[in-house]
Design a protein around this ligand. Structure first.
Ligand SMILES: Cc1ncc(COP(=O)(O)O)c(C=O)c1O
Length: 446
């Protein structure tokens, strides 16, 4: 164990980590990174197969993003965002409005994914208070949904492993079964089903719409819940129901935003108009923390009043709209255009998906799912019964360790192994990553 790691273990408590595991399996000391490779202190490298927790987009050490950050640093590193503003935030807000679904005309900045979600929840809640419909206070969210680790975001999440211990702290949120086709809550099969899982969702709205402020969803890909890819029709129907029952639709694109699904936003795959769009992670291409909540004129106008009317949105974070983060985000959006990023990945995606289909025949693979540059396999003990591996078996930990020995980061989500690739991955890198992942999973015996 090198000196840095000893000091790390002495002073640091890592997120989502059982620190006792670190005695045998300490964190890896990363010294530098370039493109999609992370280099450790011994000179070994790892492909950043999960985009450094789903935020890296164009690769590490990108010259254009570095240049933008340095330029911004030379003039303004930070300024409070109440009563003051700056060029990078204004340019970024204008650009986000131009690339996001029609009707989203206002940009509220914060500093991470959870705060982007908290902002949307609080705005949705206060909107109904401000217009006098004071009983509309509750939310609808999905089993397996994930929206962050703050109390509000957890209240509308549905990943029991992460959240159950905190349950008593949560506010009331109606939970609907999720469109998890492999383990269909209605016992049906895709593609022959009629999106029957929307029925219990509509029942909640039918019965409780008078007290519901908003629905919150991750569009098309429920990421932390197990990379669950779901049918577009579900999203379309959910959006129709939000309009029908007069509740807001909050789309959480913290994970799916900025090209991950093959389009700039996952909701671009369908023709819908959300009331809120939550963004973070890939917004700065993984260089700096930034959160954004976009909303409509209608919602903005419900807060626009004389001061004494008490309709002000009293919410904000110290590093809101940090200029360096905003300049990195603008540079990233320029790269999308200048380097034709979405067109380039269009060519890679079909081959990526075809390769993932090969995993289906492996003895422990129950399901294969993919969208854009995200692909996942769900491991099961018995393919026929879909019996999952037990929590204590830690089968995916073996895969994670084996992955690291093969320059891959196969950090699992329960029994799901996934790739969440930077959009700059090259064809030969993709082939290597998929071949190695395939042979690692193939070696699993139990
Ligand atoms: C869909 C979604 N929403 C919100 C969050 C929370 O973002 P952050 O970790 O930046 O607070 C995440 C994080 O993984 C996410 O995947």
């Amino acid at each position: 164990m090198n000196g840095w790691i000893k000091k790390d273990l002495k002073y640091i408590w890592h997120p989502y980590t059982q620190m006792k595991d670190c005695r045998d399996f300490p964190p890896i000391f990363i010294k530098r990174a370039n493109g999609i490779k992370l280099y450790d202190d011994k000179g070994d490298f790892y492909y950043d197969t999960i985009s450094s927790w789903w935020c890296n987009v164009h690769g590490h050490n990108h010259p254009k993003i570095k240049r933008a950050i340095k330029k911004q640093l030379d003039c303004l590193e930070h300024v409070l965002f109440a009563g003051f503003t700056h060029r990078s935030a204004i340019l970024l807000a204008k650009e986000l409005i131009s690339i996001s679904p029609r009707g989203l005309t206002k940009v509220f900045f914060s500093d991470n994914g959870s705060t982007a979600v908290e902002t949307a929840l609080k705005m949705a809640f206060q909107y109904w208070q401000n217009i006098g419909k004071k009983v509309k206070k509750k939310f609808v969210s999905l089993d397996y949904g994930y929206h962050g680790d703050t109390i509000g975001a957890m209240s509308v999440s549905g990943v029991s492993l992460f959240n159950d211990i905190f349950k008593e702290l949560f506010f009331k949120s109606f939970k609907a079964p999720s469109p998890y086709c492999y383990r269909c809550p209605m016992g049906k099969n895709r593609p022959s089903c009629d999106i029957d899982c929307i029925v219990p969702f509509e029942e909640i709205l039918k019965k409780h719409n008078h007290e519901i402020a908003a629905i919150i969803l991750e569009p098309l890909l429920m990421a932390a819940g197990g990379m669950i890819v779901y049918p577009k029709e579900y999203l379309e129907k959910a959006s129709e129901l939000a309009k029908k029952y007069d509740v807001h639709l909050i789309l959480d694109e913290v994970a799916t935003g900025f090209g991950r699904t093959g389009r700039m936003f996952a909701c671009d795959h369908v023709n819908i108009r959300p009331d809120f769009l939550c963004l973070s992670k890939g917004i700065t291409a993984g260089y700096l923390p930034l959160g954004v909540t976009m909303t409509t004129n209608d919602i903005y106008d419900a807060f626009y009043a004389d001061y004494e009317d008490k309709k002000t949105f009293y919410h904000g974070h110290t590093y809101t709209a940090n200029p360096i983060a905003c300049s990195a985000a603008m540079a990233s959006l320029n790269i999308f255009e200048e380097e034709n990023v979405l067109e380039k990945i269009k060519e890679l995606i079909p081959a990526f998906h075809r390769s993932l289909e090969r995993f289906r025949s492996l003895p422990v693979v129950g399901d294969v799912r993919y969208i854009g540059m995200v692909g996942a396999v769900e491991l099961v003990k018995d393919k026929k019964t879909k019996k999952p591996f037990g929590f204590k078996e830690r089968i995916t930990l073996k895969i994670y360790k084996d992955g690291l020995n093969n320059s891959l980061i196969l950090r699992p989500l329960g029994n799901v192994i996934y790739l969440f690739l930077p959009l700059c991955v090259k064809k030969n890198q993709l082939e290597y990553i998929l071949d190695r992942t395939h042979s690692i999973i193939n070696r699993i015996t139990y």
